[in-house]
Design a protein around this ligand. Structure first.
Ligand SMILES: [Zn+2]
Ligand SMILES: [Zn+2]
Length: 273
């Protein structure tokens, strides 16, 4: 059994209204001995006129203050770890070092929500306009491979094929072979830097399978990748731990015998039973 959820959002994220305390209580009810908060922080996020409240800036001081207080209050029932989902694109990646030297996060997920600050957000249909879908995805995966060269300030790369969620025809199916060359570069760079990837089970709800594509997991494993975390990307407490049985089956199917948790930025490997 997977004993913790390493990708959870609370109301510290622009796109969640969930209280941190409700998350902790839910995690206790579900029998998790520990829980991770990974709220959004997207430096320079270009606020879209249609959604002015979605700025994805995290108030680090308030975040640590509230979570540290809850961590102490619930320490007899559950261990609370403070993480972040750091939005990353080539323009922002070089700024992360200074930020993460100042704040003692247990765990940093780097996620591509943008390929660039201008029209680089796959969430909006304009990202795909005038582009062949294969080229649009290639652009997204190439930017991830570039990001890895620009910073060391993270532990795992989040939802590697997130752009698929918003593909124009809503088919959510893609031919991994069209991108294998880029994934090889991306995954090799992650492995060389000692960085991991995540299985993000929110894909089950949104695209019918967890992020990333099973072929990406197999490739990561065949290249020697070992660091793999599991997270639901819950934005509501009901979603905490959702799809973890599927994630566990996927890990077994792709040959992983361990999954990973992080404490104080250090990986610990937990054997799948
Ligand atoms: Zn994300
Ligand atoms: Zn997330």
């Amino acid at each position: 059994m997977i004993i913790t959820d390493m990708h959870v959002h609370s109301h510290f994220s622009s796109d969640s209204e969930e209280s941190p305390e409700a998350i902790i209580r839910t995690a206790i009810e579900k029998g998790f001995p520990c829980i991770y908060f990974t709220d959004h922080h997207d430096i320079d996020f270009p606020v879209h006129p249609s959604e002015p409240d979605m700025n994805f800036q995290l108030d680090f001081d308030a975040y640590f203050s509230v979570l540290n207080e809850l961590k102490q209050r619930y320490e007899k029932q559950i261990r609370v770890y403070i993480g972040v989902e750091q939005g990353i694109c080539p323009a922002t990646a070089p700024k992360l070092k200074a930020l993460y030297e100042r704040y003692p996060f247990d765990f940093v997920i780097a996620s591509s929500h943008l390929t660039s600050l201008e029209n680089g957000d796959p969430y909006y249909p304009s990202y795909y306009e005038g582009k062949d879908p294969v080229m649009a995805y290639r652009e997204y995966f190439l930017s991830e491979a570039e990001n890895v060269t620009l910073t060391d300030s993270f532990h795992v790369y989040g939802h590697l094929d997130y752009a698929v969620r918003y593909c124009p025809d809503q088919s959510f199916v893609y031919r991994f072979e069209d991108y294998r060359d880029i994934f090889e570069v991306l995954l090799r760079r992650l492995i060389e830097k000692g960085k991991g990837i995540e299985i993000n089970t929110s894909g089950l709800e949104k695209i019918g399978y967890p992020h990333p594509h099973i072929e990406a997991l197999k490739l990561y494993r065949s290249l020697g990748g070992e660091i793999i975390t599991v997270g639901s990307d819950a934005h509501r407490k009901e979603r905490i731990g959702a799809g973890f049985a599927e994630a566990e089956a996927l890990l077994a199917e792709t040959g992983f015998r361990y999954y990973t948790v992080f404490k104080n930025g250090q990986p610990e490997f937990i054997r799948l039973s």
